[in-house]
Each structure stands twice: as C-alpha cells, then as structure tokens.
Design a protein around this ligand. Structure first.
Ligand code: AMP
Length: 218
C-alpha cells in the first residue's frame, strides 16, 4: 500500500471522507481532502479562504485555479512522498487534466480511482444527520452513528459538536447537481485510462472498507 496514489470519488455524503481516513490510519498514506483544506483556509481567513467562502456556503464548486494551486503545493510536502489519497479532488475535467500534467511533470502515476457509488435518494438523509466533534474531529450521525453517551465524544470526551454550514438540505441539492454535472463526467476519463474501480457505497461502513481493500488488492 505504501507508495500508492489513489483518488476516491463519489457524491457528497457518500462516505469517501470516512473511507479515506480509514485507509490513512491503517496504511499510513496521507488523505488529501480539498474540502478540509478549503474549510481550514476559510476558518483561518486566508485570501484563498475569502475567495472560496461564498461558493462553499452555496454548495457550488470553487474555482479550478484555487484548488489546483492548493494541491500543487500540498503534494510537494514530505508526507506525500509515500503516496496519497485524494478525497474530493479532482472534481472537474480541467482539474483532472491539471492533475495528469502535474503528476507527469514529477514522473508520478495514479494507481487507481475508486468510485464509491451511492444512490441520490440516500444522500440527503446521510448528510443532514452529520456532525463532528469540535475538539478531535471524530464524525457522528444522528441515525447511523450516535456517541455511546449522548452529547459526549467517544474518542476524546469532548462535548461540543459542529455541523457543516453546507450540510443543509437545500445546499445539498446544489452539491448533488455539481457532482452529477461537473464531477461524474470524470469517471469515463479514468475508465479510459484503465484506472476506475467501483465500490457499492450503499452498505455498512465496515463492509465498504473491506470491499475497498479487496478492490485495491490490499
Ligand atoms: P467536500 O468536503 O469535499 O464535500 O467539499 C466541500 C466544498 O468545498 C464543496 O462543496 C466545494 O464548494 C468545495 N470544494 C472541495 N473540493 C473542491 C474541488 N476539488 N473543486 C472545487 N470545489 C471544491
């Protein structure tokens, strides 16, 4: 697994972030989530964050230039030397093409692109119940993953939970449209390169993890 370069694709709320984190923890390969990077930039008030904020809150994609610059910087960091998992990137054809060029310029190749497939009907419920421990970042869900003791994080004992501003039902609709209109067209791009693998994401998280490992030959 070390040295692998992967892309996890799938609709918002489809579980790719959870699966990327699990792969990171189990195989020490770094998760690169452009959504996390952009939320951190917004929180820190950087100029990239200020540019991105209105689009993120509206559920729209931010500009390709901004995201590509973030990734170009990030993959030069030492922790990326032993591979990485893109989570939420690329999301448009220009981003995928920029990534192809960026990797080629460094003599690197992708090993696989995994589509975590979930029907739209399931996503609104999944997303609207999400929350995160403000202290350690552990993810929870009102229906599918409640803390053992209500209001207390299982991992760190934190008692403050946050919900993403863009997880509101009306914003999720825009995010889904962006996925189908701008991101799903990347699937044939990677299929042509022989890199695409599909995993059924409409199942229990542990079953999906096992299937992912099987598909990746781990
Ligand atoms: P995520 O956490 O992946 O659901 O991303 C949250 C939001 O960040 C998205 O709805 C977009 O507004 C923005 N975003 C994240 N990744 C990208 C990307 N690769 N291209 C454009 N916008 C992105």
């Amino acid at each position: 697994m070390a040295g692998k370069r992967l892309i996890l694709m799938g609709p918002p709320g489809g579980g790719k972030g959870t699966q990327a984190k699990r792969l990171q923890d189990k195989y020490q390969i770094v998760q690169l989530s452009t959504g996390d990077m952009i939320r951190a930039a917004i929180k820190a008030g950087t100029s990239a964050g200020q540019q991105a904020k209105a689009d993120v809150n509206a559920g729209k994609l931010v500009s390709d230039e901004l995201v590509i610059a973030m990734i170009a910087d990030r993959i030069d960091q030492p922790d990326c030397k032993s591979g990485f998992i893109f989570d939420g990137f690329p999301r448009t054809i220009p981003q995928a093409e920029a990534l192809d060029r960026l990797l080629a310029s460094k003599g690197l190749k992708l090993d696989a692109v995994i589509e975590v497939r979930v029907p739209d009907g399931k996503l609104i419920e999944r997303i609207s119940g999400r929350s995160t421990c403000a202290k350690c970042g552990e993810g929870y869900h009102d229906t599918f993953k409640r803390p053992k003791k209500d209001g207390v994080c299982d991992v760190c004992g934190g008692t403050e939970f946050t919900r993403r501003a863009d997880d509101k039902a009306e914003t999720v609709k825009t995010r889904l449209e962006a996925y189908h209109g701008q991101t799903a067209p990347l699937l044939p791009h990677y299929e042509k390169q022989g890199l695409l693998r599909v995993v059924d994401g409409d199942r229990n998280m542990d079953v999906i993890s096992a299937d992912l490992e099987r598909v990746l030959g781990l």
